[in-house]
Design a protein around this ligand. Structure first.
Ligand code: C5P
Length: 224
């Protein structure tokens, strides 16, 4: 079947936000619907890949026909990615929180009547994309990261690709006026060692299909 170009290939996809608890009832998080990560996982599945879909608490329902691993925090997400290895490719589409609350309350934090809010202390989360990109052993052959930027998108994303060590960066402008965040369309620039390629504004489904196709070109060759 020409549509099963990725059969036999295992791809890890992270998606959605992570939730970092402040106490049992409160959390901090990044804004992420999980729509683009879900569309990418579905497109990879449609090309015949075995997909491990590792998602934080997202609005979007996970695709059918993939292995769904649900996590809350960045630390759990990293452990789930590690447990899913080895993989031929990895797409890190999750909006991972950069920090977790180091002094999170075991019980609900109460107002103490002093008028002073509690002081939260933050610790840096593991950078899952940088970690998997720089694995000395068992690195997926193709690692794709995302860069959601509001300013100097191309410049920041190009630098991010080198800093993290991933093969490709999917860069998008998430300035609120674009309507991309939480919307059904996306306008991305694919950045690789070869340069930057801007795609027209497409549905997130079409971005997923186009990206999955490009991944197949690299993983199994353009002729197949
Ligand atoms: O550094 P920044 O968060 O902008 O990088 C975005 C890219 O890195 C995305 O692909 C995201 O999934 C990934 N990332 C990650 N782990 C983190 C932070 C970001 O995998 N802790």
């Amino acid at each position: 079947l020409p549509s099963q170009r990725l059969s036999g290939q295992h791809v890890i996809v992270t998606s959605g936000p992570t939730h970092e608890p402040i106490d049992p009832v409160r959390y901090i998080a990044n804004r992420s619907s999980g729509a683009q990560g879900t569309a990418i996982a579905a497109a990879l599945r449609d090309l015949g890949a075995r997909v491990s879909f590792i998602t934080g608490p997202a609005e979007a329902a996970p695709p059918e026909g993939v292995e769904v691993i649900t996590v809350q925090t960045a630390r759990e997400m990293r452990a789930a990615v590690e447990a899913a290895l080895p993989a031929d490719a990895a797409v890190m589409a999750a909006a991972v929180a950069d920090w977790h609350v180091a002094n999170a309350g075991a019980g609900k934090i109460k107002k103490d009547g002093s008028g002073r809010p509690p002081a939260l202390e933050f610790s840096e989360n593991p950078d899952i994309l940088a970690w998997i990109s720089q694995l000395q052993q068992g690195r997926p052959r193709l690692v794709v990261g995302f860069a959601a930027e509001t300013d100097d998108v191309l410049e920041n994303a190009t630098r991010k690709r080198l800093r993290k060590g991933c093969d490709w960066i999917v860069a998008n402008d998430v300035t609120p006026a674009t309507g991309i965040m939480g919307g059904s369309e996306n306008a991305i620039t694919l950045i690789s060692e070869a340069g930057a390629e801007s795609w027209p504004r497409l549905s997130k489904g079409d971005v997923g299909r186009r990206l999955a196709g490009r991944m197949a070109d690299v993983l199994v060759g353009e002729g197949r």
